[in-house]
Design a protein around this ligand. Structure first.
Ligand code: SAH
Ligand code: SF4
Length: 409
């Protein structure tokens, strides 16, 4: 500022441009909520049921993201909808494809209220005969599991039901998983054979700390007249928020995965600190009570293999003892390193020994092959753009990967 640039305090400072009001969305609303929203903008009551089912079909069976493509809705009605609502997809900041076909999207969502825009990651993992989408439930995570990169991210807010669901819609768009626009209105569109056949709530965040929004989104994702994912193909992973595990069984009914990682309370207190609030006994009681468990509907227990920390045969033995009576499978996850961590992945030899022991005890115990490591898309590596790795960190990380697992992994 120069000497002549004095501030004129008599004139009020120009008003800051008002933040444009957000358009309410139709994505992520239950049928009742959508009906109410339509009535509020003047859709006649007697039409509401029909309009809701038309919209439901366009949004969730056909994957339309523009009102103009809703061929059997009149132009006037489309105009009303466009003036009052949005059905747009989130902004894609970045899309990366790993050498193994894994895809990772960095998505930006607008601020909610006074907040800032936020960025989250969604990962698609193609496999023989199926494809799994890994969805985030929060920006960052308020929990601080000591081996998890996401837990070091400060910025935290819950994602809305729309934001959770739109990760699935966007992945289906990008993978060409919705029917062609030319498919005639009302045509029956098969739910089988989709690229996204499975969904796991294993991205950023603790889904059970955002229960209501996760529930809304998953009930829509599994709605038989819409996105039609089978509840058996949707898995929610939690670090063990016991009261909400009971609610998940009663109110959502999807498959459950528990981030167990340790078999003694003293160690689990350190690795998964929420254990201090909900210790192993309470957690396993909640698992035993999970509805309709059977050999065909088992709980997955995730167990990250940390060198010299939780990977002895004693641990394996105790694991088998703890899970007795629970229809379970155990997912051994080789630790995915990230810059700044002090943990190392167990050796393959040790992981195999551990796996053999629990196999012999009668548990399926697949070792989860790390996917998408070259694009930091593997478990516990998700962390958004706002804290993107510096180049030096990336080099250190790559060196660590090679040291741990060999260059061709
Ligand atoms: N917050 C939820 C879901 C997201 S994490 C939960 O904790 O269950 C998905 C899985 O990846 C969890 O089992 C988590 O413990 C595991 N994980 C986190 N960081 C990891 C890392 N660095 N290497 C391997 N697995 C990790
Ligand atoms: Fe949060 Fe899950 Fe990471 Fe723990 S493992 S910090 S609960 S995202």
């Amino acid at each position: 500022m120069t000497a002549t640039d004095t501030l004129n305090l008599e004139r009020p400072a120009p008003a800051r441009p008002a933040v444009l009001p957000e358009m309410p969305t139709l994505i992520g609303l239950s049928r009742e909520e959508m009906g109410k929203a339509l009535v509020e903008v003047g859709v006649p009551e007697r039409q509401v049921k029909m309009r809701v089912s038309q919209l439901w079909h366009w949004l969730y069976v056909r994957g339309v993201s523009d009102f103009d493509h809703m061929a059997n809705i009149s132009k006037d009605m489309r105009e009303i909808l466009r003036r009052h609502f949005t059905i747009a997809r989130p902004e894609i900041v970045d899309e990366q494809i790993s050498s193994d076909g894994t895809r990772k999207w960095l998505l930006r969502f607008p601020p909610r209220g006074a907040g800032r825009p936020v960025e989250i990651e969604t990962v698609y993992i193609p496999e023989e005969g199926r494809g799994t989408l890994c969805i985030s439930s929060q920006v960052g995570c308020t929990l601080t599991c000591s081996f998890c990169h996401t837990g070091t991210q400060k910025l935290v807010r819950n994602l809305t039901a729309e934001e959770i669901l739109s990760q699935l819609l966007l992945a289906r768009d990008r993978l060409g998983d919705f029917p062609d626009r030319d498919t005639p209105a009302g045509a029956i569109v098969p739910a089988e054979g989709r690229k996204v056949s499975n969904v796991v709530m294993m991205g950023m965040g603790e889904p059970l700390y955002n229960f209501e929004n996760v529930k809304k989104a998953l009930l829509i994702a599994t709605d038989g007249d819409g996105l039609s994912l089978s509840k058996r193909r949707v898995t929610l992973s939690t670090s063990g928020i016991v009261p909400e595990i009971y609610r998940t069984g009663e109110e959502i009914g999807v498959m459950l995965a528990i981030s167990l990682h340790a078999v003694r309370d003293d160690l689990r207190d350190m690795l998964v600190p929420i254990n201090k609030k909900y210790p192993l006994k309470d957690l396993l009681d909640a698992c035993r009570a999970y509805p309709s468990l059977s050999n065909a509907r088992r709980i997955t227990f995730e167990y990250v293999m940390l060198d010299g920390v939780n990977d002895t045969l004693e641990d394996a033995k105790e694991l088998v003892r703890l899970l007795k009576g629970i229809p379970a499978k155990i997912n051994l996850i080789p630790f995915n390193p990230w810059p700044g961590t002090n943990y190392q992945c167990s050796s393959w030899e040790q992981i195999e020994k551990f796996a053999d022991f629990i196999n012999q005890a009668g548990y399926a115990s697949p070792i989860r092959t790390p996917r998408g490591r070259d694009i930091l898309a593997a478990c516990g590596q998700l962390k958004s753009e706002s804290e993107r790795m510096r180049k030096v960190d990336r080099m250190a990380f790559e060196a660590m990967m090679i040291a741990n697992h060999g260059a061709d992994d």
